[in-house]
Write a new protein. Structure first.
Length: 332
């Protein structure tokens, strides 16, 4: 992989949420993100997919320092964001903006659309007037007409509100946008429009994106590279073409099999449908966390956590089914 094309590098990042009782004793621990590493390439989209609760949102929040990691590094422009503070962190973090699933959480209902979009600029010292001029530009870029600028968020449809939330994220001219289930709450037809908008904006503003979704179709449409997560762990990373043509990990295969329309387009796939509940992250299975739902599980799966190994060009999988010998055989 070409390092000069990497805009953001996340290395060995982990987060365990701990609940404490009134005496300060830890009563429960949720291992939400466990030793996750990945690289985001310039002007590309890195998709993150997995069932609800697998740690996708926590990972995004760790990258942005909305919550503090237990360890690891997030390298951006030669700095580890996790080790920075104060003005330096504030300046670099401006380059990374997030779009959330529920635009209500990021829009202020007592402000007009224009002021909602201008607000991040005002906070960063731009004058009222200049902020509003810029906000008009970004509202137009996301397809909200000038005539709607003085309306309030609650008078808009879900799709329009999400457009405003996107304008609000873009107004600070970020280099990276993290979209966390940003289209999940929208109807299918509106969802397609929002995905097109993301594509257009990515070109126009030369954005690099991390696109998080539980929806395999959305991730396929948006991503260049895909990372599949299960219970806080990375199980597979590959180009979108490779992972959708031949997923290796039993969990990835099962995700495809369990998504009806995917099963139609990927009929030849091996694998089984997902059954059983996601185990509690309070007490994850030893070794491979997927082993309790995996019909191919072997003794070693309970004893050793599999490491990510390369099974193809830039295609890595964390599964004991694929040992070194197997990879070598495939290469012949
Ligand atoms: N602040 C918190 N305190 C305790 N546990 C948390 C907290 N935030 C998340 N978790 C737990 O961490 C795990 C990962 O949650 P996370 O929201 O990151 O998953 P997700 O894949 O984004 O799922 P979803 O799409 O449903 O949000 C879950 O078990 C969740 O309950």
């Amino acid at each position: 992989m070409d390092d000069s094309n990497t805009i953001l590098e996340v290395s060995h990042i982990s987060k365990t949420f701990r609940s404490k009782n009134i005496f300060g004793r830890t009563t429960s621990e949720v291992s939400a993100v466990n030793d996750v590493s990945f690289r985001l390439q310039k002007q590309r989209t890195f998709g993150i997919v997995g069932e609800s609760g697998c740690g996708k949102s926590t990972l995004a929040r760790l990258v942005l320092r909305l919550i503090e990691a237990d360890g690891g590094r997030v390298m951006y422009q030669g700095h580890n964001l996790l080790a920075l503070g104060g003005e330096e962190l504030r300046k670099l973090r401006r380059d990374i903006q997030m779009v959330f699933q529920d635009p209500f959480s990021s829009l202020n209902p007592s402000m007009t659309l224009l002021d909602n979009v201008a607000f991040p600029l005002w906070v960063n010292g731009t004058s009222k007037q200049d902020g509003r001029i810029a906000a008009h530009r970004y509202l137009e870029a996301v397809g909200i007409p000038r005539s709607s600028a003085e309306r309030y968020p609650q008078s808009l449809s879900g799709g329009q509100r999400q457009r405003v939330a996107i304008a609000r994220a873009l107004v600070l001219e970020p280099k990276i946008v993290i979209a966390d289930e940003a289209v999940s709450a929208l109807d299918k037809s509106i969802q397609a429009q929002a995905l097109n908008l993301f594509h257009e904006l990515q070109q126009d503003f030369r954005l690099s994106m991390i696109f998080i979704s539980h929806d395999l179709h959305v991730v396929e449409l948006m991503s260049d590279t895909v990372m599949v997560m299960y219970l806080g762990m990375v199980v597979e990373v590959a180009s979108v073409e490779d992972v959708y043509a031949q997923p290796y990990h039993p969990y990835t295969q099962a995700l495809f099999k369990s998504t009806p329309s995917m099963d139609v387009t990927h009929k030849k796939l091996d694998g089984f449908k997902l059954s059983g509940e996601l185990p509690s992250p309070l007490n994850p299975p030893s070794g491979c966390r997927f082993r309790t739902r995996c019909p191919m599980a072997m003794e070693t799966c309970a004893e050793h956590m599999p490491e990510l190994i390369e099974v193809g060009d830039g295609h890595t999988v964390a599964c004991h089914l694929y040992g070194e010998a197997d990879v070598a055989r495939r290469a012949i």
